[in-house]
Write a protein that binds this ligand. Structure first.
Ligand SMILES: [Cu+2]
Length: 475
């Protein structure tokens, strides 16, 4: 399929929004793609001679895997430690699903089975820059796995750090109902010391506020480690809203962001950690200490959990840690420039207020073309009034600046850039992973409404089709 067709027409229900969006698009034109070819609405990845198919861009097909997992998705009750239970979806009977721990360089094989999830299931390895065919996006890199079906993923991770996995089929509904889990890539020698993943998640309740929980439920709220033990806690935001985490009772460092270690992290005292939806922050501290999510659930290490802290200053990665060499520089030159203007569009439809979220004034804007090897700079500006955690699959971007202020600390590599209202980021990446890659807001309701585009390598096409007819609705 031509990648341009990944872009769906604006639903008729949003026709009114489109009028408003048009005005915004006109305003945005001056900001778009000055130095680069404008993304063609007809797409750039025609099936030309020598063209590659997404389906051929696989991980290693041969060889005995070093580690192998089987994950079966099914409908089941999710029961939190507090006793709250809900009709949910699980991998292997739990939500979150099993924690997958692998080591860098290992050949990893994962068999996904769908027992009875009517919507269909895939597995996306959030933040892990796997070969395109292993990326798990329904309609782009594979077909959704129907009930009774299965799919095999094989990849050899080289990035050491904290990641997570989730389904990428009807994800706005099914991730929140439980189809997610932790993925940790350890160094070849294994992790040092106590090393835990804390996944923050909200469970919806009819007629009431969501239940916010860490891990499988509300606990265990205490982990017994000896005082003086160095603890690494990997904080994962599996929600659609920004989470605020804190470490209480001990100074701590931010050891990693989005799976990349911080160079030369310095001690922090009480800073609040704002983690965008889909993002990860690893903290390290010496026990005893407590990790708190959103002034609610907490886990104490070597102590009963301490109460939530008073509001402290907000941690800012932009100047944190020590500079280190990077493979390219903010000064460029860049081979290609892309712009994403994010916005909130409010309309009244048949007397009912309606809101949606656009990129460059559009829902499902056209794919952005890129050629392998190019150095790409992306300007992301949020003109709306909602936060947008922008997630580019298959690549990590280097943050160059925010609101015109250059990044000055440790190189800040991100796969999920939380763009708050009024903010503008400049990021850059090397186009070194051929394929067709989703680039979307990780507030999954925003993505489902159309805040999705694709990065499409020239010469790459996909045999898969997005759309309800094909059974592939990745958002
Ligand atoms: Cu958004």
């Amino acid at each position: 399929m031509d990648p341009a067709r990944l872009r769906r027409s604006i639903p008729s229900a949003l026709a009114t929004a489109a009028v408003t969006a048009l005005a915004i698009a006109i305003a945005a034109v001056a900001f778009e793609d000055r130095a680069a070819p404008h993304p063609s609405p007809h797409g750039h990845a025609h099936a030309t001679p020598g063209a590659q198919s997404v389906a051929d861009l696989t991980g290693p097909r041969d060889g005995v895997p070093d580690v192998r997992f089987e994950l079966t998705a099914r409908q089941s009750q999710v029961v939190l430690d507090s006793g709250f239970s809900t009709d949910g979806l699980t991998f292997n009977g739990t939500a979150p699903g099993p924690e997958l721990r692998v080591r860098a360089g290992q050949l990893v094989e994962v068999v996904l089975r769908n027992a009875d999830v009517a919507e269909g299931v895939t597995l996306h390895w959030h933040g892990l820059d796997v070969p395109n065919a292993e990326d798990g996006v329904a309609g782009v890199t594979q077909d959704a796995v129907p009930p009774g079906g299965e799919h095999l993923y094989r990849f050899r991770p080289e990035q050491i750090g904290s990641f997570w996995y989730h389904t990428h089929q009807d994800s706005a509904g099914t991730v929140h109902r439980g189809l997610y889990g932790a993925l940790v890539v350890e160094p070849p020698g294994g992790a040092a010391g106590p090393d835990v993943v804390l996944l923050g998640h909200s469970w919806l309740r009819p007629g009431a506020d969501p239940v916010v929980a860490i891990g499988t439920g509300d606990g265990p709220s205490r982990r017994d480690v000896a005082p003086g033990t160095r603890v690494r806690a990997r904080l994962v935001n599996t929600d659609s809203r920004t989470q605020t985490w804190a470490v209480v009772g001990a100074p701590f460092t931010v050891a990693a962001i989005d799976g990349t270690d911080v160079n030369g992290p310095t001690p922090l005292h009480g800073e609040q950690l704002r983690v965008p939806a889909g993002g990860r922050i690893d903290v390290e501290f010496t026990a005893p200490g407590t990790v708190v999510l959103d002034r609610g659930p907490a886990v104490g290490f070597g102590q009963d959990p301490l109460p939530a802290p008073a509001d402290g200053p907000v941690f800012d990665p932009l100047g944190y840690g020590a500079p280190a060499p990077v493979p390219f520089h903010a000064a460029g030159p860049f081979d290609r420039e892309l712009t994403q203007v994010l916005d909130t569009v409010r309309t009244i439809r048949r007397g009912v207020p309606n809101v949606t979220w656009t990129i460059n004034g559009e829902l499902h804007p056209p794919a952005a073309p890129v050629a392998e090897g190019e150095l790409v700079r992306v300007r992301i500006r949020n003109d709306g009034d909602d936060a947008h955690p922008m997630h580019l699959h298959g690549h990590h971007v280097l943050v160059l600046s925010r609101n015109g202020v250059p990044a000055s600390g440790s190189p800040w590599w991100a796969d999920t850039v939380g763009v708050e209202p009024g903010e503008e980021f400049e990021v850059a990446f090397r186009a070194d992973n051929p394929g067709i890659w989703m680039d979307h807001c990780h507030n999954l309701a925003h993505a489902a409404a159309g805040m999705v585009m694709h990065l499409s390598y020239e010469g790459v096409s996909t045999p898969f089709t997005v759309g309800t007819g094909a059974g592939n609705t990745p958002e």
